[in-house]
Ligand binder design. Sequence first.
Ligand code: SF4
Length: 67
Amino acid sequence: MTSHLIYWIVTAAVGISIAAITIYNGRRWNGRGKFLCQDCRFNSQTLCLKVERPTAIRCTSYRSLEK
Ligand code: SF4
């Protein structure tokens, strides 16, 4: 009985930890929107001439708005 309780407590703790890490990373992830350009500081016609803009999924020039 006690071993089952410990099992479920550990399982719940692991599940909650994974959910917390996923939410934390999701909020800080580059390109939080559908496309990287949505939160890139160069997302304008004058600052970015790449043909991928505004729907880039991968871009080596991406820079977050937050920095
Ligand atoms: S630098 Fe890349 S991510 Fe940023 S706006 Fe241009 S294409 Fe999009």
